[in-house]
Ligand binder design. Structure first.
Ligand code: CTP
Length: 399
């Protein structure tokens, strides 16, 4: 789960800071890239050298290192991180984080980070119980940060109670379990098609359509976020895909069919959002066709309906999702396609809806399942539409 993940570990001034050495080791052993930020007080409890050696990275303590002249860019660090852990999180740092203060590198990186943030408090029992600490913690949770709760036991003060930093092993297990819970498609193989297909007429001309590929790329990205192994088969498009997915570029409907057939057997979920050409020239001219004075026509033959052919081969347990782009009798045609092509879900777009269709950043969809239950959605950004589609698919995987 943590392999190749970028983790920032923020360490605050607390006696529990000594445990951060073990925590760094465990994260590194789990395959993560770790960068450590120490507050000024934290360096009194554990040396930067220890953590730099264990993390195999320089340790950051301030914005500007006077001796070396090195400036630590908090925004860059914040954006580098896939996860940020603050352990131990002192009452002071928790208070700053809850109130938007950023008078040191750690809190400035926290404010700049876009990734999930975990904080593991460590403090004496009365500081822990104090209303202001508890209020700050609720505020941090409201902001979407996740607490790794402290343990009860003997504290550095000699008092016994709640406030002991969770053990490094517990922190790592918590982190892994939490990441897993947000990835319900872990271990599932998903095939997504996207974009148009181009059907060659001669070496310089083709029959194509206006599909941008945006919808399919957004679905592929969302499937990745849900933990799936994603193969994205795409026609010609300017869209960029995440490195983590397996991208297969194709041109024609026949290429797309061949690629789908190659991945079909090993796929658990298939989402066919490509705008595949229904017809292709019977013959492709080997040389550029020259114009003359008469009219010109091209003889076309039908392409294979990829979705329908996968529907025929579908095995029990596989989930097949198709799209329908309609301009009239929308629901009737969508339901017909759902049945005819043996689909589990169909996503209907109507070109009559404003903010729907090709090249727009938004889409308005209606989904039917195989029981013909209809779910309608508002016009949304395609990235949010992708979340809705994947959520409907998830419901089928947990059935
Ligand atoms: N599709 C496909 N292969 C084709 C044509 C379409 O896999 N040769 C898939 C699309 O990826 C989409 C679905 O079929 O998921 C519906 O495409 P659409 O163009 O709306 O419908 P068609 O089935 O082609 O029917 P029609 O053009 O008559 O509306």
């Amino acid at each position: 789960m943590l392999s190749n993940k970028n983790i920032i570990l923020g360490v605050c001034g607390s006696i529990a800071a000594y445990k951060s050495a073990t925590l760094v080791r465990l994260l590194i052993k789990a395959g993560a890239n770790v960068k450590v930020i120490l507050t000024a007080d934290a360096s009194n409890f554990i040396t930067p050298l220890t953590l730099a050696t264990l993390s195999k990275n320089p340790v950051y303590t301030q914005y500007f290192e006077a001796e070396t002249g090195v400036w630590s860019n908090h925004v860059e660090l914040g954006l580098w991180a896939d996860y940020m852990i603050i352990a131990p999180a002192s009452a002071n740092t928790i208070g700053k984080m809850a109130n938007g203060l950023c008078d040191n590198l750690l809190t400035a990186v926290y404010l700049s980070a876009k990734c999930p943030v975990y904080f593991a408090p460590a403090m004496d029992l009365d500081m822990w119980k104090h209303e202001s600490t508890q209020q700050n913690i609720s505020q941090l949770k409201n902001f979407g940060n996740t607490i790794i709760a402290p343990n009860s036991g003997e504290l550095a003060s000699g008092l016994v109670g709640e406030g002991r930093l969770a053990e490094p092993e517990e922190i790592v297990s918590f982190l892994i379990a939490d990441i897993k819970s947000g990835m319900p498609l872990l271990g599932k193989r998903v095939l997504v098609t996207a974009g148009p297909t181009y059907e060659a007429i001669d070496p310089v001309r083709f029959i194509g359509n206006h599909s941008s590929g945006k919808m399919g790329f957004a679905i592929a990205d969302e499937m990745l976020t849900l933990g799936a192994d994603v193969t994205l088969i795409t026609g010609p498009t300017a869209e960029k895909s995440a490195n983590k997915l397996n991208r297969v570029d194709v041109v024609s409907a026949q290429d797309m069919l061949d690629a789908c057939n190659a991945y079909f057997d090993n796929s658990d979920i298939m989402v066919m959002s490509a705008a595949v050409a229904d017809y292709t020239p019977i013959e492709v001219a080997p040389q550029k066709i020259k114009k003359n004075d008469s009219d010109f026509s091209i003889d076309l033959k039908k392409t294979t309906d990829i979705l329908a052919s996968l529907g025929k081969q579908k095995k029990s347990g596989q989930i097949l999702v198709g799209f329908a782009l309609e301009t009239e009798n929308e629901e009737h045609y969508a339901k017909e396609k759902l049945k005819k092509k043996n689909l589990d879900l169909i996503v209907l777009n109507s070109l009559n809806d404003k903010g729907s269709g090709f090249k727009t950043p938004t889409n308005k969809i209606t989904i039917f399942n195989s029981d013909m239950v209809k779910t309608s959605f508002e016009t949304k950004l395609k990235t949010d539409v992708a979340k809705d589609i994947c959520a409907e698919i998830l419901k089928l995987t947990t059935k």
